[in-house]
Design a protein around this ligand. Structure first.
Ligand code: ADP
Ligand code: MG
Length: 716
């Protein structure tokens, strides 16, 4: 049997062909009505099975065209449609002359049965051509056809509209989901950015932390380092990363052994290793542990004292330990210098205290000795004994003076002095300091270099210079000290930024020692700056010098070159040689007597008694007080008679200055003579600023005391 399939759907065609061929048919295929008509004309099939809805020419039109052709009109036509399935469609098809109308899909076997039935009945009515039942009225067909197609179209349109609505809904849903997704993506981006920012912040903190920081991974290798770590080790980041921690830091122990500070027990009981291991194992942090380790830094072995801390951190799900170190070698050095300076300070205080008591004792000895001498005949055989005693006492007094010089508790006593005299007075002492390997040349100006100065302080300046010169010339050398007077010219003043057109005394101290570089030179006057090892230098010497020179309205310059020695120059303004000191009778010839009443305040009993008997033996009336408070009380009681106060400065309960201040408030213009072995600046200021105050330093000669007392009482 020859079957023509007219069908636009290739799947349907294939299925149909399969069924038909299975039953032994020969099958031809056409994709639409036009092709079907053409094929049918050509091959004259036994039966045509046609779809209804097809492009170009549909099933109805194909059927009409077949029936219009006498040669083809007798071929049975099976209408096989999934689209046109209603009764009107079936009616139209049958009216057009279709043999049968089958709704798609139909079981292949049922379809086959239908075909067989058609062929059977075709055979039975051999010759009778199945003609269209309805009359060939064109108008009728078109009306029916249009109605069907229109209905179909309406259905299709409705279907499409529904599909469009559905699609719109789908699109809305899609848009909603899309918006949600976008939101989610934005959210995630924001979170990512925040994370990035946080990471950057942390990295900035890590980078700029003022201590060495290393992040160590589980294998004890360096995972990350900061800039401080690089500058500590003198290595680049890439040099350090991936290395064993000790090796990266250039710890000598780690460098010595190939496994060193991969944290194995290679190093001698290294506390850093043990601590880091503990933090890895227990998660416990350790803070500010202090230790010392040797490192190889800038090609030099250096033992560094440092504080270190360890903390466990998770980095990308990996346990790591953050190790931070802080080099405190410099702090340690400063600390020990401070300790040393403090020790010196307390030794000074102690020595000063001893010297003070010593002075009181010596004043008594010298006083009684002197009084005895005064009342002895010139040829008294015992006179020599007393003179020897006094000589020895004066030696002791000068020793006490040295102690006070060292303890910086000496009286700050600006007087008109000769600079040359000061240099001469320390000559011997200085040579003892510098030792025999250093030759010392002193060249003094011919005239008198009169300056207003505290001789003891200037002596100290010279001592400090000498000590530094000695340290600068460990293998010997030469030290030269010169004095000169100069007038500073404009050029000098402009170049040095100090000075005026007055005359200056210049003290120059030159050594040919190791000298110093510019960096050192700029810092030498800073307190605690020293280049010397612990115990050798306190860094206070030149700071003290600087302070003293400033106090004297002076200036100091320094010229130095490494290997070429150092020259210090001190400029002190010259004064006219005024004699503002009280002329003291230097012979033992009887000092003048008096009748006035003196209030004597002195806490040292034996000294008090000595002065009491001295003053009384010279006619004075004496009221005694044992401390400052007692002095004020005694003054209130005896105000009318008392004409002079003779006060010790350092006394219990109330010191001499405070007692004087109170009394002065009661009686302005009261005269006071302070006596002390050492005194604070306050005494200095008081005596300088107050015309009614004078100062005498212990130990003093009774004759000196009497002379000053007399001259003060005589001054109106
Ligand atoms: P110290 O002597 O205790 O170190 P100083 O204040 O006296 O303290 O001196 C500070 C520093 O100045 C010394 O450590 C040294 O480096 C330098 N210095 C001082 N005098 C000299 C000198 N004559 N020659 C070379 N360097 C000197
Ligand atoms: Mg010094």
């Amino acid at each position: 049997m020859n079957v023509l399939i007219v069908e636009d759907n290739s799947n349907d065609r294939r299925l149909l062909r399969y069924t038909l061929e299975h039953h032994g048919c020969t099958v031809s295929e056409a994709q639409d009505g036009e092709e079907g008509l053409e094929l049918a004309t050509r091959i004259q099939p036994d039966i045509i099975i046609s779809d209804a809805l097809m492009p170009r020419m549909d099933g109805f039109n194909l059927l009409r065209a077949l029936k219009a052709n006498p040669e083809l009109s007798s071929i049975p036509f099976l209408f096989y449609s999934a689209t046109y399935t209603g009764e009107p469609e079936e009616r139209l098809a049958l009216s057009l002359g279709a043999t049968a109308f089958v709704v798609k899909p139909t079981e292949p076997e049922n379809l086959w049965k239908k075909i067989c039935a058609i062929m059977e009945s075709q055979k039975a009515q051999q010759g009778v051509i199945s003609q269209p039942a309805m009359d060939e009225n064109e108008e009728h067909f078109l009306r029916e056809y249009n109605r069907i197609v229109a209905t179909k179209l309406e259905e299709k349109v409705a279907e499409l509209e529904e599909a469009i609505i559905q699609r719109k809904q789908d699109e809305d849903e899609l848009r909603r989901v899309n918006a949600e997704l976008t939101l989610e993506v934005d959210e995630r981006k924001r979170a990512e950015n925040a994370l990035k920012e946080q990471e950057q912040e942390l990295a900035t903190i890590f980078e700029n932390a003022p201590f060495v920081m290393l992040l160590l991974d589980g294998e004890r290798k360096v995972h990350r380092v900061n800039a401080q770590a690089c500058s500590f080790a003198g290595s680049s980041v890439s040099d350090m990363i991936g290395r064993r921690s000790g090796e990266a830091l250039r710890c000598l122990y780690a460098l010595d052994t190939p496994e060193g500070c991969g944290f194995g027990p290679h190093c001698p009981d290294c506390i850093v290793r043990l601590t880091v291991l503990d933090t890895f194992e227990t998660g416990q942090s350790h803070h500010q542990v202090e230790t010392r380790l040797p490192f190889l830094l800038q090609g030099k072995e250096q033992t560094i004292t440092f504080l270190f801390s360890t903390t466990k951190v998770m980095v990308a799900h990996q346990a790591m330990v953050l190790l931070s170190l802080q080099d405190i070698s410099n702090y340690k050095k400063l600390e020990s210098q401070l300790h040393h300076a403090q020790k010196m300070e307390s030794i000074g205080t102690l020595a000063g205290g001893i010297a003070h008591d010593f002075n009181n004792i010596l004043t008594v000895i010298i006083g009684y000795g002197d009084i005895s001498l005064m009342s002895m005949d010139a040829d008294d055989p015992l006179r020599h004994n007393i003179e020897f005693m006094l000589q020895a006492s004066r030696r002791a007094a000068s020793l006490a003076q040295d102690i006070l010089l060292f303890s910086r508790k000496q009286i700050c006593d600006k007087k008109s002095v000769d600079l040359n005299e000061i240099v001469r007075s320390v000559d011997k002492f200085m040579r003892r300091i510098i030792g025999e390997d250093i030759t010392c040349t002193i060249t003094l100006d011919d005239g008198t270099l009169s300056i207003l100065a505290d001789a003891h302080q200037l002596e100290q300046v010279l001592m400090n210079f000498a000590t530094n010169a000695r340290d600068a010339m460990p293998n010997g050398g030469s030290l030269s000290i010169t004095t000169k007077q100069i007038k500073l010219d404009e050029e000098f003043i402009a170049a040095h930024g100090f000075g005026s057109n007055v005359m200056y005394a210049v003290l120059t101290v030159t050594d040919n020692g190791i000298g110093m570089n510019e960096e050192t030179r700029l810092k030498i006057f800073d307190p605690f700056f020293t280049t010397k090892e612990i115990g050798k230098g306190t860094g206070l010497g030149l700071a003290v010098v600087y302070g003293i020179i400033k106090q004297h309205d002076g200036q100091i310059t320094v010229v130095s070159k490494p290997g070429h020695g150092t020259t210090f120059r001190i400029f002190l303004p010259l004064t006219l040689s005024t004699d503002n000191e009280i002329k003291v009778n230097s012979t033992y010839d009887k000092p003048d007597r008096g009748t006035e009443t003196i209030l004597l305040a002195e806490d040292d009993e034996s000294l008090r008694n000595m002065v009491l008997s001295l003053l009384e033996s010279f006619g004075y009336k004496v009221i005694i007080a044992v401390d400052g408070e007692d002095a004020v009380q005694k003054y209130r009681k005896n105000m009318k008679q008392i004409q002079l106060l003779l006060f010790d400065v350092v006394m219990p309960k109330k010191n001499g200055i405070d007692a004087y201040n109170e009394i002065r408030d009661i009686k302005p213009g009261i005269k006071v003579l302070f006596a002390s072995g050492y005194a604070t600046d306050a005494v200095q200021l008081k005596t300088l600023a107050d015309d009614n105050a004078m100062f005498i330093s212990k130990p003093y000669l009774p004759s000196n005391l009497l002379a000053i007392v007399r001259s003060m009482l005589d001054k109106s």
